[in-house]
Design a protein around this ligand. Sequence first.
Ligand code: CP
Length: 304
Amino acid sequence: MSKSLISIRDFSKEEILHVLEAAKGFEQDRSRKILDGKVVGSLFFEPSTRTRLSFETAVNRLGARVIGFSDASNTSVSKGETLKDTIKMVSNYVDLIVMRHPLEGSSRYASEVSPVPVVNAGDGANQHPSQTLLDLYTIMQTQGRLDGLTINMVGDLKYGRTTHSLLQAMSHFNPTFIFTSPEELKMPSEYKDFLDRKGIRYIETDSLEEHLNNCDILYMTRVQQERFTDPMEYEKVKDVYRLSASMLGGVKPNMKILHPLPRVGEIDQDVDDTPYAYYFKQAENGLYVRMAIISYLLEYDTNR
Ligand code: CP
């Protein structure tokens, strides 16, 4: 069976570092037609801007071609075709599948029925491993290291799949975590149990101000409206945090603010002009990292 990227735990520490190194090469040289003749399926059952467009740009810059859809209502899914049949069909046409789907576990299932590699581009509130690799790349780029950093994750830690994947990836690098969230959106216990088993330190707070000045990375997240079953619950927490430039007076000089984006109000636009804002460069890095992921899974040795 070919290697897929469904959870960040599918990659060893060595594989993670290999992909980050390859991404550095792609940042220096953005158009390398090393995958001429390959075809990638881009199957987005859920909305996306960055992930889909950066994956598709990565495919084009590698010299391969893309087929796919960004709206499943235009496909035979709307006639009742199952995910299994859809994946079996598409995998006959392509060399690799990138898939986003609202159901947790759907990408793992797709990888089990597909003979070609599958990249999970987000499955419900579960995992978003390509985002994690670009987050790691960005942390390395801004801090010069991954080891021994304090990461403050803020916002929707319950449904925020990017925080779940990032927490697991950073566990290789001796981090300290601060989990800043309201009671309703706390980090799920399965992830805290994971940290406990690994002996990794974390603290929980509901105050954004409390730990702003002692973190290296402030990882802001959006409250995920689409994951709430009760709209009243969303209304209660949607505006819980709002970071503004005036709050950044005492932060560490090396501190950088990351956000997987889109943002919907949790970071004021005046933060964009501070030296701490790094989220747009983070999104750009997605291109280089996704070029590296695709090359790695298609077994193209970027070092040759
Ligand atoms: N970060 C991220 O997954 O963004 P999109 O939803 O726009 O792909």
